[in-house]
Design a protein around this ligand. Structure first.
Ligand code: GCU
Length: 421
């Protein structure tokens, strides 16, 4: 059989239009080309009724908005499994130069000791007089990346991820130390709870096959496609909170959920679904996180659903060509945190995450906070760099790159000192 080269080329081009290999438009970084848009109404119910009180928000509108996010973006948010149990693997009472206790706890999600499980690393100040407030956030490279401390068990799942991706990269202890600022947290009287995000689902379009969405499908009564990788990572944060609620060292009503970048997106979704989190912090979470989707600036919905199709449910991809048809925008996600304290942060060089879009979304939550007689950001003006602004809702744009650094943590500590502690 002879097939012409032309035919093959045609077949490839037709196929690529189905598989999504077509070229994405280059990102817009020109504010004058952002386009015009109308944000979906926050304070009008699906049936067109205005929402006038905190009670009405909680009883009606909040539920509707949460459901819209489930149906169109992140999928379902199951509770824990009935067979969850915890096992302390190690306790080191001389951590962080003798100022902290480091506990390593395995959170089993099924009966017995079979996986998947969540390996939690928990630091608590040693000289505490009462249960401490804690920051809870997922890490990118396994618990051993958070500190060079030799006692920290090397993440099994992170090793699995490297193997799966055929990467020969060595596992380096403390490679993200500067992103966690454990010493400062302890000094200020806070605990830190962290686990590898890949413990529940490896970050790959096929990750669901070995992660909780598939293994726990029966236990959770959900098919894998009814939720998303982002949903699974957020769910992991809730399971960490389940453990923290059992730990006498922790003030369970003072757990602040935090995340950077894609893990900032996960932290927001966890904060929206799980109101047990006392406060929520999004650091450079960008598109599909704190940034308004309707603004054509930096990463777009089209880009994120093409590059990371597993992060959201497939319905979300259907809005790629027409973002204005999406019944929600990210200011509504942020408003789901109300009346709890919320912090949104950007970085000046992180144009991909659309800092102004993150600011606008945070600012647009004000009417919901007002229903609770609380002041949100309190300004429509983007602040100068390195200046934390706001009230119950806060914002800063740090000078520099897409990252989470000491400057950011110091703002979060002050925010927690004033609004959570
Ligand atoms: C990519 C992605 C972003 C994400 C970021 C990260 O840049 O496009 O949406 O926030 O990775 O998680 O580091």
């Amino acid at each position: 059989m002879r097939i012409s080269v032309c035919r093959i080329a045609l077949a490839i081009s037709v196929l690529s239009s189905f598989t999504g290999n077509a070229q994405l438009p280059s990102p817009n970084y020109d504010e004058s080309k952002v386009g015009t848009y109308t944000l979906p109404a926050l304070l009008t119910t699906n049936g067109g009724i205005p929402v006038r009180s905190g009670k009405e928000w909680k009883q009606t509108r909040r539920k509707e908005v949460l459901q819209l996010f489930k149906d169109n973006m992140y999928g379902q948010y199951p509770g824990g499994t009935k067979d969850m149990h915890f096992k302390i693997q190690q306790i080191d009472s001389g951590a962080v130069a003798g100022t902290a206790i480091a506990k390593q706890i395995r959170i089993y999600l099924q009966k017995g000791e079979q996986g998947p499980f969540i390996d939690l690393l928990l630091y608590v100040p040693i000289n505490k007089k009462k249960p401490v407030p804690v920051f809870a956030g997922l890490n990118f490279f396994g618990n051993q990346s958070v500190s060079p401390d030799e006692h920290i068990l090397i993440s099994e799942k992170y090793r699995e991820f490297l193997k799966f991706k055929n990467k020969n990269t060595p596992v380096v202890r403390g490679e993200q130390e500067r992103n966690w600022c454990v010493k400062e947290l302890i000094q200020h009287g806070y605990g830190l709870a962290t686990a590898y995000y890949g413990d529940v689902e490896l970050d790959d379009s096929t990750g669901w096959k070995t992660g909780v969405r598939s293994v726990l499908s029966k236990a959770l009564q959900l098919r894998p496609e009814q939720w998303s990788a982002m949903g699974a990572w957020a769910w992991e944060l809730s399971r960490i909170l389940d453990y923290l609620q059992t730990d006498k060292d922790i003030a369970a009503d003072k757990v602040i959920v935090i995340g950077h970048s894609r893990l900032g997106k996960a932290a927001l979704w966890a904060g929206a679904d799980d109101e047990r989190f006392a406060a929520v912090i999004s650091n450079n979470s960008g598109e599909g996180g704190a940034a308004l989707a309707r603004r054509n600036y930096g990463q777009t919905l089209q880009n994120i659903t093409k590059s990371f199709p597993h992060w959201y449910i497939s319905k979300y991809t259907t809005y790629a060509a027409n973002v204005n048809a999406l019944p929600v925008d990210q200011h509504m996600l942020l408003a789901l945190m109300a009346p709890r304290p919320l912090y949104v942060a950007s970085a000046s060089n992180d144009r991909w995450s659309d800092p102004y879009g993150e600011f606008l979304a945070a600012q647009s939550t004000a009417p919901v906070y007002q229903l609770f007689h609380l002041k949100g950001l309190g300004t429509g003006q983007m602040p100068p760099p390195d200046t934390s602004i706001g009230n119950r809702v806060r914002y800063h744009i740090r000078t520099g790159d897409h990252d989470i650094l000491l400057f950011d943590w110091l703002q979060y500590i002050r925010f927690a000192d004033e609004l959570v502690k």
